[in-house]
Ligand binder design. Structure first.
Ligand code: NAP
Ligand code: F7E
Length: 369
């Protein structure tokens, strides 16, 4: 059995190569954990977001270990869980793009829904003492009006949301049926300079940088009226750690409690570099969805009062942080308000923006919790 014989906490992250997985790995390493991640075999490298954390496993300093697997392949899930015997398992693996889930509904169900059952069943059968975190989503609320909290009815508007609702309930079921320490974090949208380029915030901040650099003329988007509760991803991974530290397994909404439309995000992003978004944006119906989630805004009061989670970065500041990094990537000098925002919010432990802002690798992080 794990736990008793070890001094160091061990965590397993599925989806470690994604936005959240990479920040969570950084956060856990800075807290002294040994971190293991499941990665998929791809024909090209897919580890760019965690390369700065990796050391050869022969190096006695190595604290991050990677294992090939796939969340839909229960044999590999079981093998990794039995080899690693994690104290904490964070299930972040998903086909996470809502628009793409309409093109690939069955695959999305297998990865983002059934994948969670693979993890839970492997934990149950192997009898290891593991606390389990499921990456649930505000998309599950769908049609239900804001503000949304843990009591709000689920009404999914996409195959992605339907798959996440299965994953949510199978997590609750394993908690109730088998006594597993299994919790759901119901996270509202959270973004960062590491956000995938096809999600709307990053698509906008990347376009702003490229327009300033002169390498892009137009930005094609879909529904500009949709509203989202956008926060800063590194703050959300700290919330995930708090959820598993909580002795009673439970379900928590994490969000800022504010919301903006896509149009508003466009306006303050372009204004940051002195441009008017109306001069650059065109609507392309390919980016509209068969069914849309119009309005998401969290009521995060349970997380605030129970686990003390209180995010500080709101959407207008988030846009500045992301644009600064995207401008650095284009070889431009950004307005540079992002670094000051992160320092003011106590978020200077985040490696990538500091590295991009200062050009220096950060080797010592402050405790992020
Ligand atoms: P992301 O950047 O899309 O990362 C998804 C991760 O899942 C990647 O590491 C990906 O690996 C991995 N993955 C995909 N299919 C897999 C499979 N079959 N087996 C194993 N791994 C697989 O997503 P994110 O933004 O970091 O989000 C993390 C989790 O939180 C996801 O479950 C997402 O649905 C959920 N969530 C996100 C948000 C948000 O706003 N970001 C909000 C609520 C919930 P590759 O690199 O190989 O593709
Ligand atoms: O869309 C609208 C789009 O794709 C946000 C995932 O992390 O958060 C994310 O899902 C809004 C939608 O995120 C474009 O119609 C307009 O209303 O950035 P998004 P999402 O669908 O909210 C949740 C919480 C998750 O769990 C998911 O994993 O923006 N929008 N024009 C557009 N969206 C995209 N992607 N591209 C456009 O051109």
């Amino acid at each position: 059995m794990n736990g008793a014989k070890r001094m160091t906490k061990v965590a397993l992250i599925t989806g470690i190569t994604g936005q959240d997985g990479s920040y969570l790995a950084e956060c856990l390493l800075s807290l002294g954990y040994e971190v293991h991640g499941m990665i998929r075999k791809a024909s090209t490298f897919n580890t760019a977001r965690i390369d700065h954390l990796y050391k050869d496993p022969h190096d006695p300093e190595a604290k991050l270990f990677l294992h090939y697997g796939d969340i839909t392949d229960s044999a590999s899930v079981t093998r990794i869980l039995e080899d690693v015997e994690p104290d904490e398992a964070y299930n972040l693996a998903a086909q996470s793009h809502v628009r793409v889930s309409f093109d690939m509904p069955v695959y999305t169900g297998q990865v983002s829904g059934i994948g969670t059952a693979c993890m839970l069943e492997s934990i149950r059968k192997s009898d290891i003492n593991t606390r389990f975190y499921q990456a649930s989503s505000s998309e599950m609320f769908g049609f239900s009006p804001p503000p949304q909290n843990e009591q709000t009815r689920f009404h999914p508007r996409s195959p992605y949301a339907a798959a996440k609702i299965y994953a949510y309930w199978i997590t609750v079921n394993y908690r109730e049926a088998y006594g597993l320490h299994a919790s759901n974090g119901i996270l509202f949208n959270h973004e960062s300079p590491r956000r995938g380029e096809t999600f709307v915030t990053r698509k906008i901040t990347r376009a702003v940088a490229r327009i300033v650099a002169g390498t892009q003329d137009k930005l094609y988007l879909g529904n500009l009226k949709a509203k989202r509760d956008w926060g800063y991803a590194p703050e959300y991974v700290v919330g995930m750690v708090h959820i598993l530290k909580h002795n009673t397994p439970d379900d928590f909404v994490l969000g800022t409690g504010t919301s903006n439309s896509v149009e508003e995000f466009l306006r303050f992003s372009f204004e940051y570099v002195g441009l008017d978004w109306n001069d650059y944006v065109e609507i392309d119906s390919r980016y509209l969805r068969p069914a849309e989630v119009e309005n998401l805004q969290a009521d995060p009061s349970k997380a605030r009062s129970t686990i003390g989670w209180n995010p500080k970065v709101l959407a207008p500041e988030l846009a500045k942080v992301m644009i600064d990094c995207d401008m650095f990537r284009c070889g431009l000098k950004p307005p540079d308000e992002g670094r000051e925002i992160l320092t003011r919010c106590g978020l200077d432990w985040v490696v990538e923006p500091i590295k991009e802002f200062t050009g220096q690798e950060v080797t010592t992080w402050r405790n992020p919790t």
